[in-house]
Design a protein around this ligand. Structure first.
Ligand code: NDP
Ligand code: 8X3
Length: 257
């Protein structure tokens, strides 16, 4: 990351304990910025802090489903981290690939609480400061699943469609301010995403990426960095990215009539 982009900027990253969030946090820090790295797993945050050993990194345990912990985080930020420039709204998950009529309702609730309400809560908490300062970037991590349906994607894809549309509607509300909003919509990227989706089944997760040069978490961070580095008068509304080895399927047709 170029010094000119990140130096002096403060990024709040949700879901910084692995995958996209961790990779983005590392890039901002490498570029001279400050990062508030958050997630539920304290041991991961501690390991990151120990490895990077810099006073430009602040780690905080945060569950985006918990409004009180979001309020406590923001009201307790030290002055050097208080004026957030970049909100990397990334915490999220998919649970299972069951068909809608067979799925566990609790999995739907968890995805909606995390991917929809969690992202909305953090945005609502951070946005007033950005508007008051008349600067900031909100990067909302959506997915290709927001646009392209697939079997078993039911509520996961719908939560990501929310993220995309919410991002566009934020732009509508923020006209007149210099705050930018982008919906980042990645396809296959090898992170812990599939391990989580398959309930910890590492073999099932690695099958997803077998024979595919999938994107890495850092590939996605690189794309996000390129968006953030654009001149301040340019807003990328939505950005869809896939590995070259991923594309679209045909419509399904039931020929059983
Ligand atoms: P990972 O599983 O590697 O990372 C997910 C992150 O979200 C973890 O840091 C996890 O931290 C955090 N998280 C989950 N639930 C919560 C919660 N309730 N509160 C706070 N943090 C939470 O997956 P990815 O990096 O791949 O996923 C990041 C985002 O990218 C997700 O929104 C995902 O939907 C999206 N995405 C992923 C794609 C992929 O192919 N990998 C493609 C398109 C979009 P912890 O468990 O410590 O709380
Ligand atoms: C994750 C990408 O294609 O597995 O959002 O739904 S996909």
């Amino acid at each position: 990351m170029s010094e000119t982009w990140a130096a002096g900027r403060i990024a709040l990253v949700t879901g910084a304990t692995s995958g996209f969030g961790e990779a983005f946090a590392r890039r901002v820090l490498a570029g001279g910025g400050r990062v508030i790295a958050t997630g539920r797993r304290a041991e991961r945050l501690d390991a990151l802090a120990a490895e990077l050993s810099t006073d430009r990194l602040l780690t905080r345990v945060l569950d985006v489903r918990d409004q009180a912990s979001i309020d406590a985080l923001l009201s307790g930020l030290p002055a050097a981290f208080a004026d957030i420039d970049v909100l990397y709204n990334n915490a999220g998950l998919a649970l299972g690939l069951a068909k809608a009529h067979q799925t566990d309702l609790a999995d739907w609730e968890t995805m909606i609480e995390t991917n929809v309400m969690g992202l909305a809560r953090v945005t609502r908490a951070v946005l007033p400061g950005m508007v008051a300062r008349d600067r900031g970037d909100v990067m909302n991590i959506s997915s290709v699943a927001a646009t392209y349906p697939y079997p078993g994607g039911n509520v996961y894809g719908a939560t990501k469609a929310f993220v995309r549309q919410f991002s566009l509607n934020l732009r509508a509300d923020l006209i007149g301010s210099k705050v930018r909003v982008t919906s980042i919509e990645p396809g296959m990227a090898e992170t812990e995403f599939s391990v989580v989706r398959f309930g910890g089944d590492a073999a099932a997760a690695s099958n997803v990426y077998k024979g595919v040069h999938a994107m890495s978490a850092d590939d996605v961070a690189l794309v996000c960095e390129s968006v953030l580095k654009l001149p301040a008068h340019i807003n990328v509304n939505t950005l869809e990215i896939m590995p070259v080895q991923q594309a679209f399927g045909p419509f399904a047709v039931d020929r059983g009539a």
